[in-house]
Write a protein of this length. Structure first.
Length: 360
């Protein structure tokens, strides 16, 4: 083995040790030459080899830095446990994460959980057989206590970095999470409707994922601050099983029940997401209630469903690719040993046709 090849292996070991301490910068060429008793030419050849392997990048005027990649390509595959790979928000999100990863030499491995805690447990147990360097996790039924804390603890003990997406469990408060700013989103939609003169506002939210209570709370706080009541009788809740019936069988009876039991007397409704708004507008039409003439409808996500609706739906959006890029960049920083913090992606209102001034 040539001297530079031997040195490259020694430097790869140094990089691995340093990354565990959050150190990404390599010593200078002169320092490496002195420490390992080799020539500067040998150092440059070793660094060039590491660069070709994707382990090191050179920053002009600054030196050489570890990329966070492993020399073992199989260790650069990052699993993501996500509720679905097909539902309307996920294909674009996964494409954005995958694109950002590939540009840095990583690959994404998708594991749908169907928002099922037992399936999540099965997948985590499988991953424990060969613990990956990092995992991205969208918690299953995150508003409820998770029985899987033990497996997350074992993965961490095995050196796996955990990054949560959209939500995280109360039992794991110290883990980083990239999520929507749900409180602000609820606040923003309620403020928009109140600004249009609506004082009788209803809401329908998902109960078993944290996003639902957070969006509800933001709307409540906004209306409270404006001396407008968001009455309990006007709030409807649904759960994952309702969504499963809606998607598999177009069973929207829970939305018909919401209209009958919670919407009476209201002139506007805040929906958990585009999917709920899309189907609710259909149910309102069946009931002879016009959108937006009789009831204004607003929601979250700005997906294709907000455009497909008979009445284009006013909704909240993120800047294009923002969530996926943030998730990938944060995980890469974690693999480089860099300390990270949780981030909340802000919403922006996209006004379309489903809202208007409160009826007189």
């Amino acid at each position: 083995m040539n001297k530079y090849e031997t040195l490259s292996k020694q430097l790869a070991e140094l990089i691995s040790r340093n990354l565990k301490q959050g150190i990404t910068a390599l010593p200078t060429e002169a320092a490496i030459a002195g420490q390992y008793q080799v020539s500067r030419q040998t150092v440059r050849a070793a660094l060039s080899l590491l660069k070709n392997q994707g382990l090191v990048e050179t920053r002009q005027g600054s030196g050489s830095y570890a990329t966070g990649l492993s020399a073992d390509a199989s260790r650069n595959v990052i699993p993501i446990l996500i509720a679905s790979s097909q539902e309307y928000i996920y294909p674009h999100l996964l494409t954005d994460i995958r694109t950002a990863f590939v540009s840095k030499g990583y690959h994404l491995q998708v594991h749908p959980t169907d928002n099922d805690t037992s399936r999540e447990r099965h997948l985590l147990s499988s991953l424990l057989e060969a613990p990956p360097r990092g995992i991205i996790v969208e918690g299953s039924k995150s508003a409820l206590p998770t029985p899987n804390t033990d497996l997350f603890g074992k993965l961490k003990a095995a050196g796996t970095q955990l990054l949560f997406l959209h939500n995280k469990y109360d039992a794991l408060p110290d883990e980083a999470c990239i999520k929507d700013d749900n409180y602000y989103g609820g606040y923003l939609l309620a403020n928009h409707l109140a600004g249009l003169g609506h004082t009788r506002i209803a809401g329908i939210f998902k109960s078993d994922d944290k996003q639902g209570p957070e969006r509800y709370f933001g709307a409540c706080c906004c209306l409270r601050n404006m001396n407008v009541e968001l009455a309990d009788k006007n709030i409807g809740w649904f759960c994952s099983s309702d969504i499963e019936k809606l998607e598999k069988h177009q069973d929207s009876r829970f939305l018909a029940a919401f209209i009958k039991e919670h919407l009476c007397g209201c002139t506007a409704v805040i929906c958990y997401n585009d999917e709920i708004a899309y189907w609710l507008i259909k149910e309102l039409s069946y009931a002879g209630i016009r959108v937006p003439k009789d009831v204004s409808v607003v929601c979250f996500d700005n997906s294709y469903l907000s455009e497909l609706s008979k009445v284009r739906i006013t909704t909240l959006t993120h800047r294009p690719h923002e969530m996926g890029s943030c998730v990938a960049e944060t995980m890469i920083q974690m693999l480089q040993g860099v300390s990270v913090v949780s981030q909340e992606i802000p919403w922006e209102l996209v006004r379309k046709e489903s809202d208007g001034p409160a009826p007189a």
